[in-house]
Design a binder for this molecule. Structure first.
Ligand SMILES: Cc1cc2nc3c(=O)[nH]c(=O)nc-3n(C[C@H](O)[C@H](O)[C@H](O)COP(=O)(O)OP(=O)(O)OC[C@H]3O[C@@H](n4cnc5c(N)ncnc54)[C@H](O)[C@@H]3O)c2cc1C
Length: 399
């Protein structure tokens, strides 16, 4: 794909998790069609969750296990460190920032999210954590009792804070929730969650946002919205991502809070598809959703690959999301909104939380148990007549 104009049967913009799985999906159905991937990344596609979890906690899990070998196994041509800059739908072409034009038969947009940051001077020791390179850098910045300020109380912040603390690093965690996780979990679970961090020696600064940072000698100084400051050797930001929608918008595709697709993950242009973090898709149980989670990226990626290769099967999978920190493992499907009525069922040494609207579950959280996720999906899809019957409905598979 180094010529000025190239043709591929399947062109993928974005080289992340959905892309890695889409290539495998295409190849399940089409062994011969040509595949091209335009990726802004420096590395071939890889799994991101391990960057904040397994690579810190499981010595037997090695870095080479995170990669999708899209070229080696599936003969996809990979253009790394290359950005797609525009799509010409009439001509069926995509232009890159290197001046190349690639013609496609079918196009998949899987541009994922771009992490949010705060104001401050650019420095190698302050960054929003998203990539394999970020993981490698953090390995060098952590350990040896160095002090890292982690900003953000969602996945990245909580997982990295926990795993840095387990890896000989002093950690201060700054987060906006009044109790860690109480934007998702009922207060009693959030209190247990937060206490676990305190028990591991992490300094917790709740109800607070970091607004900007500056450098003072060898240290960084974080300015908080309560007027206080935190000094640290490095700062890691986990402030969430914004979906990368500009290419789709500029190409005139239907976009709401994501790129609008039908149940086949097809956009308003029949030759262009979208999946993963950027897709706004009709979930068969939950209704229209845009989901920034790996289970969705993997499954929508595989599904869209097969559809592009001619299999007329809708994406009918309802994804779950999860996290693991210290001895806590939680999983969930649907809406985790603690302002709804909640029913907390204590089972098998853990808990199941049902988030209710009109007495019907719209979200289910399992806490420290290993549920059968298909059973969780079934309950959301076929709720009992009264929420009383939810008690005991989900148990740990380990019992
Ligand atoms: C550290 C970390 C841990 C996570 N852990 C979990 C977890 O435990 N559970 C969970 O459910 N989810 C987790 N996630 C979220 C999950 O990884 C994402 O939902 C998933 O990566 C989305 O896949 P995607 O393919 O849509 O986007 P991405 O994987 O973000 O890939 C997007 C790709 O598009 C490229 N790109 C963007 N614009 C362009 C352009 N114009 N031209 C070319 N390329 C472009 C990017 O460089 C990137 O390669 C985690 C994320 C991170 C960062």
């Amino acid at each position: 794909m180094n010529n000025e104009e190239t043709y591929v049967d399947y062109l993928i913009i974005g080289g992340g998790i959905a892309a890695g799985n889409a290539v495998a999906g295409i190849r399940e159905e089409d062994k011969a069609g040509t595949i091209g991937i335009i990726s802004a990344d420096v590395d071939k596609p890889y799994e991101r969750p391990a960057l904040s979890k397994k690579l810190w906690t499981d010595d037997s899990f090695t870095e080479d296990q995170i990669f999708y070998n899209v070229s080696e196994e599936h003969q996809a041509a990979l253009m790394l460190e290359t950005e797609a800059t525009s799509i010409n739908r009439q001509e069926h072409t995509v232009t890159t920032n290197k001046g190349d034009t690639v013609k496609y038969k079918k196009l998949l947009i899987v541009t994922g999210g771009i992490p949010k940051t705060i104001e401050g001077p650019e420095d190698d020791r302050v960054y929003a954590f998203r990539s394999y390179r970020d993981y490698k850098k953090l390995r060098n910045l952590s350990g040896d009792n160095q002090h890292i300020a982690v900003v953000g109380g969602s996945y990245i912040g909580t997982e990295l804070a926990a795993n840095l603390a387990l890896n000989n690093t002093r950690v201060t965690l700054i987060y906006p929730q009044s109790t860690l996780g109480n934007n998702r979990f009922p207060e009693e679970i959030a209190a247990e969650y937060e206490q676990t961090y305190k028990d591991h020696g992490i300094k917790m600064i709740s109800g607070t946002r970091a607004e900007s940072y500056s450098k003072d000698g060898d240290e960084f100084v974080l300015a908080l919205n309560n007027g206080e400051t935190v000094r640290a050797d490095s700062i890691i930001l986990g402030l969430g991502v914004s979906p990368v929608l500009d290419l789709a918008k500029e190409a005139g595709l239907d976009v709401d809070n994501g790129v609008v697709v039908d149940e086949y993950l097809r956009t308003s242009d029949p030759d262009i598809y979208a999946a993963g973090d950027i897709a706004s898709y009709p979930d068969p149980i939950l209704g229209r959703q845009r989901i920034e989670h790996v289970d969705h990226a993997r499954n929508s990626g595989t599904a869209v690959g097969k559809v592009m290769a001619g299999i007329n099967h809708p994406y009918d999978y309802t994804p779950y999301f999860y996290s693991m920190v210290f001895d806590i493992s939680w999983k969930a499907i649907g809406t985790l909104d603690p302002s709804l009525d909640v029913l907390i069922d204590e089972v098998d040494g853990g808990k199941v939380v049902y988030y209710l609207k009109d007495d019907k579950p719209v979200g289910i959280l399992t806490w420290k148990i290993e549920p059968d996720l298909d059973q969780v999906r079934h309950l959301l899809d076929n709720p009992p007549a009264s929420s009383e019957h939810l008690v005991g409905a989900i148990r740990s598979q380990e019992n």
